[in-house]
Design a protein around this ligand. Structure first.
Ligand SMILES: Cc1cc2nc3c(=O)[nH]c(=O)nc-3n(C[C@H](O)[C@H](O)[C@H](O)COP(=O)(O)O)c2cc1C
Length: 224
């Protein structure tokens, strides 16, 4: 299994989120997965311009790292999204990537992949952020297998994470590999993904003339 992870913190590999992500990836590697981490510090994937080129042509018009990162994800079986909690949400670095995935979402291009979310915060409120990431994963077609988070003010001084957090992070990595190996489709995620697919089909059918790439995409898959 190949796993790509996006680490969306300006502190990069030295930050808290990187520390927690490391445990998730250790758990996945112990199960035989190959992993690659892409650090989004904010200057390599810029905000969406809302130009609709992705809907019309299937590629983003902006010349930055988005398309190469998308390609890496397309070649992967798993996607881990890791972000610090920034004002009750993902960091702007991750949000820029998510917005740039508008075409990916319309086509649900990550269908068949498995996902997980990793969040750290100073004071808590992580669940809203992991839920947001999981919702994003479903709209791309990926199936989220779970999440792990850490509130840093509750962690022991001098030691980045408690044993409990480390154990659940490693278990998440393991679960990601096991879900992929089994081809597992959790019923709740499948229901949400199926409902979203119907929404995308209706939208793309409605905009068929303006968005020929997306219309063709679904025509080949679902008699749009
Ligand atoms: C701009 C900014 C916004 C933040 N917002 C929150 C917040 O809303 N809630 C919270 O608990 N922590 C918040 N924090 C703290 C970070 O989530 C926390 O320090 C996190 O572990 C940083 O991860 P990193 O080292 O990987 O960048 C914020 C930090 C920054 C810099």
């Amino acid at each position: 299994m190949k796993i790509s992870s996006l680490l969306a913190s300006p502190h990069g590999l030295k930050g808290n989120t990187a520390g927690l992500l490391r445990h998730v990836l250790d758990g996945a590697q112990a199960e035989g997965a190959r992993t690659e981490t892409i650090v989004l510090k904010g200057d390599t994937i810029l905000p969406c311009l809302g130009c609709d080129t992705c809907h019309k042509k299937g590629r983003c018009a902006r010349k930055d790292d988005f398309e190469p990162v998308k390609e890496k994800i397309m070649e992967s079986d798993g996607l881990v999204l890791a972000s610090p909690n920034y004002i009750f949400n993902v960091s702007a670095q991750l949000k820029a990537f998510m917005d740039r995935c508008c075409g990916v979402i319309h086509c649900m291009s990550f269908w068949g992949k498995y996902g997980a979310s990793v969040v750290t915060s100073g004071g808590g409120g992580d669940e809203a952020v992991t839920q947001y990431i999981d919702r994003f994963l479903i709209t791309t077609g990926a199936l989220p297998v779970g999440s792990v988070s850490a509130t840093m003010s509750l962690m022991p001084p001098g030691d980045l994470f408690t044993e409990e957090v480390r154990t659940s992070a490693r278990a998440l990595g393991k679960r990601l590999v096991e879900a992929w190996r089994a081809g597992a489709v959790p019923p709740e995620a499948e229901k949400s993904r199926g409902e979203f697919r119907e929404r995308m089909l209706a939208l793309v059918r409605y905009r068929a003339e303006e968005w020929p790439y997306e219309f063709q995409h679904w025509k080949e898959r679902a008699r749009a």
